[in-house]
Design a protein around this ligand. Structure first.
Ligand SMILES: [Zn+2]
Length: 318
């Protein structure tokens, strides 16, 4: 799930300041804004509120804005490591530690680090906000996935703009492992992202909404050397590749989904293998890259490239 609207610069506006002023006047609807039209009165009201909220920023130099979506699945027992990893990735890109916006409709969950206000207490008020209006009403009342309060999408957008002025991104999150590709089984954060995109569109605002950690994988595999034991485990189907000290935390945490690695080992009986991996995780206190798919190295480069593209599209990362 990646939404790109009117991108006018290669990087975030926070890093590359231009002389363009933020356009806050809602534009006339285009043919592509059918979803906006369906909820026209609601969104126009939200846009008006956002205009007034941002009125004092009309002189801000903005060309584009990035917002991340995220699912905490697998991080419930290591939230301190999660924050450390995310902050390292952002630091490597020149950003301050991000703001986390919780878009769950309920916070009573089994994941220890995300139950109740536990994650809020870890981060503090300056880096955490709960917007249950962007939560999924289906959790409470059943039925199709739908947001509780569409107005909070405008509030979220204004928060992302305000945080950008502080060189901080906003990450909206819920529990689901993958965003999904937009079908009925997709996580509701896809719907929230679309809603935010629609409002940005009405405001003529450039925004990139992408699943954390964003970025595009290089198609040429990066080589990583493993011990004979770890290589053998990966070859036999292990789902985890130990990071060791070969990859800096900021780089491993910011690894785009389905990045290709070429695994080698001096002592291995087999030559090498290509693994498609995701951003790092932690098991106990050791860092690992999740091995999402193994590829036989006899396959041509075009096969590796296709598997990256297809996997990213099917899982909602592109
Ligand atoms: Zn979800």
């Amino acid at each position: 799930m990646e939404v790109l609207l009117k991108v006018s610069a290669a990087a975030d506006w926070t890093n590359r300041r231009s002389n363009k002023s933020l356009q806050l006047t809602p534009k006339r609807s285009s043919g592509s804004a059918s979803v906006v039209q369906r909820t026209c009165s609601t969104l126009l009201r939200a846009a008006g509120q956002l205009n007034s909220m941002l009125g004092c920023r009309k002189e801000a130099s903005i060309s584009s804005l990035t917002l991340y979506t995220f699912g905490y699945w697998g991080w419930g027992n290591s939230t301190d490591k999660l924050v450390q990893a995310v902050d390292a990735a952002e630091d490597a890109r020149g950003y301050r530690p991000p703001m986390f916006v919780d878009i769950r409709i309920r916070r009573s969950v089994r994941a220890r680090g995300f139950n109740g206000n536990t994650f809020e207490r870890l981060l503090g008020n300056d880096r955490y906000k709960w917007m249950d209006g962007l939560g999924n009403m289906a959790i409470v009342h059943g039925g199709p996935t739908r947001l509780k309060d569409l107005h909070q999408a405008a509030e979220l957008l204004s928060l992302a703009v305000a945080e950008s002025a502080k060189h901080r991104h906003v990450i909206i999150f819920c529990a689901c492992e993958k965003p999904g590709s937009g079908g009925p089984d997709s996580c509701h954060r896809v719907l929230a992202a679309k809603q935010i995109q629609n409002i940005a569109n009405r405001l003529g605002k450039s925004i990139l909404i992408t699943e954390w950690p964003g970025g595009e994988p290089k198609f040429e595999p990066t080589e990583i050397k493993l011990s004979a034991e770890d290589y053998a485990k990966a070859f036999r189907g292990s789902k985890w590749i130990p990071m060791g000290n070969q990859i800096a935390l900021g780089k491993a945490a910011g690894m785009p989904w389905f990045s290709p690695l070429r695994l080698t080992s001096k002592g291995a009986a087999f030559s090498s293998m290509v693994a498609l991996v995701g951003p790092c995780r932690f098991r106990k206190s050791a860092g690992y890259l999740p091995l999402l798919e193994s590829i036989d190295t006899t396959k041509p480069d075009s096969y590796i490239r296709n598997r990256i593209i297809i996997n990213r599209r099917e899982n909602g990362y592109a």
